[in-house]
Design a protein around this ligand. Structure first.
Ligand SMILES: [Fe+2]
Length: 234
């Protein structure tokens, strides 16, 4: 059998540094030994496929998963997932999770003194179409404090996961909002060394995605590899 080609290494500066001391938990988490390259085998490039039913219409509309609508500013987030050559990544499972409009996650570890919303649990999933496009309807997540340093606040953000063909190919990142004053102070955002790469994590306000009288629209296109890659968490 011919050796498998595997995946291209991320372009320099497009991934967060393992060690970025302003992001305090990276000090404990960063590997202290050089990384070991694991050769790609069939297990890394094949895997289960997901049944289309796990992403029902309700799953991509986070504003309609409960009895009533959640509080907050409705937004539509849409974009394309492409590879390094601009080819669409079709039928890939995208999952998102986020805080509610008050900046609170529905999670036992989140003890931020802000209200939970009984009509919002903050998780959604969707498959890309034949052109690599996806769309979510949700509410704009609030900023929240975190214990990294005194007066640390995370900017508004949505967490994204892209599954690809196998569990080993799953990529995770965060989408931010344009003009957020907290971006300048966020060590997670700044752990990506290359400024251009970092800025690819910021969605673009897009009137074509905005739904008149209903929801503001943001475009978040994702490039999986190459020099124009969207930064992904390690
Ligand atoms: Fe978060």
């Amino acid at each position: 059998m011919k050796p498998l080609l595997g995946y291209r290494k991320p372009a320099p500066g497009t991934r967060p540094n393992h060690l970025y001391p302003p992001y305090v938990s990276s000090i404990k988490r960063a590997p202290k030994q050089p990384l070991i390259s694991v050769p790609v085998t069939l297990s890394e490039i094949t895997g289960p496929t997901f049944a289309k039913e796990i992403a029902s219409p309700k799953a991509f509309d986070l504003t309609r998963q409960h009895k009533r609508e959640p509080l907050g500013e409705r937004i539509a987030v849409s974009g394309r997932v492409v590879d390094e050559d601009g080819r669409p990544v079709r039928n890939t499972l995208i999952e998102i999770w986020q805080a509610n409009a008050a900046g609170r996650y529905l999670h036992k570890n989140d003890q931020h003194d802000a209200p939970l919303d009984p009509n919002f649990h903050g998780a959604g999933r969707v498959f890309t179409d034949a052109d690599g496009r996806y769309r979510f309807l949700t509410i704009r997540p609030g900023a929240y404090p975190w214990p990294n340093h005194r007066n640390a606040w995370r900017p508004n953000h949505i967490h994204y996961s892209y599954f690809g063909p196998a569990f080993a190919t799953r990529l995770v990142t965060q989408m931010y909002f344009p003009g957020d004053p907290l971006l300048a102070f966020d060590p997670i955002f700044h752990a990506v060394p290359d400024e251009h790469a970092r800025n690819r994590l910021i969605a673009v306000f897009d009137l074509d995605i905005t739904e008149p009288d209903y929801a503001l629209g943001y475009r978040f296109d994702v490039v999986l590899r190459g020099r124009g890659a969207t930064p992904m968490e390690e």
